[in-house]
Design a protein around this ligand. Structure first.
Ligand SMILES: Cc1cc2nc3c(=O)[nH]c(=O)nc-3n(C[C@H](O)[C@H](O)[C@H](O)COP(=O)(O)O)c2cc1C
Length: 276
């Protein structure tokens, strides 16, 4: 176990100088193996697998047990193709046998309140939107981990937020429901180059003890990560220009880098979220 833990940690951090912690379990082992996979066989994800995945999703914690999320399982090729276009022509959305669309869902709560003749004015506040988004994300991550434990793999699709109203129209979403992201699922195509485990920032950058670590003191760890990612890009033959820092800076340079999501606040208003 310890040797395997060491190996998994070395891959996760893109370095070979890490002592493995004595605390280790098969669940941790499994989580460290995550990779986003973008090439799938057409073989369907079965209803049995879907039921197990959704049960795992529903086992995530949820704010005040409100369960302010839903998920739409999309198998229909035409709908997948339309979602792929919404997400900026991502071919893996079109080609994966199953796309799960994770929803922040305040419509059911509005209905529940109405059904017991109670007001639901709090739904119009940003806080309730955040609850829906957090709930959906926690459920989705449980689902992905469960799917991976079943031998499936997939990829989150934040690209669906490029065109929230179009996605809502395609999926028949009522007001107060927002597609936070999609998730492709299927069996990894063995003919495609295998997706690799992508290194993460060193722990000393993200794990702060007792108080926030000033960003200037995070810089040595960021430098080390830039070097680890350079090795990763080279090993994967990825044609990435510049370091991870440069790449990340490009992604946040301005509203034009948001692929249409700079208008997200307006889109959410159109979808029935007042966000007071
Ligand atoms: C909320 C979210 C949205 C994402 N959206 C996309 C997407 O639209 N397309 C895509 O190919 N990957 C997407 N990803 C995958 C990330 O690029 C990926 O997780 C990241 O590069 C780390 O790689 P790894 O998952 O293989 O460790 C998304 C990930 C998350 C968490």
């Amino acid at each position: 176990m310890n040797e395997r833990a060491k190996e998994l940690l070395a891959t996760r951090y893109g370095t070979d100088a890490l002592p493995a912690p004595a605390a280790w379990t098969p669940v941790i082992d499994h989580l460290l193996g995550h990779r986003s996979v973008r090439r799938h066989l057409p073989d369907p994800v079965s209803d049995d697998q879907l039921a197990a995945i959704v049960a795992a999703a529903q086992s995530a914690a949820t704010s005040s047990n409100l369960q302010a999320w839903s998920v739409i399982a999309v198998r229909d090729p035409d709908t997948r193709a339309a979602l792929a276009v919404c997400a900026g022509d991502q071919s893996h959305v079109r080609d994966a046998p199953l796309v799960l669309v994770w929803l922040a869902d305040l419509a059911r709560l509005a209905h529940v309140a109405q059904s017991v003749q109670r007001p639901h004015a709090a739904l119009d506040y940003l806080e309730m939107f955040v609850i829906g988004v957090v709930d959906a994300a926690l459920a989705a991550q449980n689902a992905l981990a469960a799917a991976e434990s079943l031998g499936l793999s997939g990829c989150y699709i934040g690209g669906l937020r490029n065109q929230p109203e179009k996605v809502a129209e395609l999926l028949g979403l009522p007001p107060r429901v927002f597609a936070v992201f999609g998730m492709t699922l299927g069996i990894e195509d063995p003919a495609a180059p295998p997706a690799a485990v992508k290194p993460r920032l060193p722990q000393q950058v993200v794990l702060h003890r007792e108080r926030y670590l000033p960003v200037a003191e995070q810089q040595p760890g960021i430098d080390a990560y830039n070097a680890a990612m350079a090795r990763f890009y080279a090993a994967q033959n990825m044609n990435v220009h510049g370091t991870w820092s440069v790449h990340s800076a490009k992604r946040i340079a301005g509203p034009e880098t948001l692929s249409g999501r700079d208008r997200l606040a307006k889109a959410l208003h159109n979808l029935g979220f007042a966000l007071k």
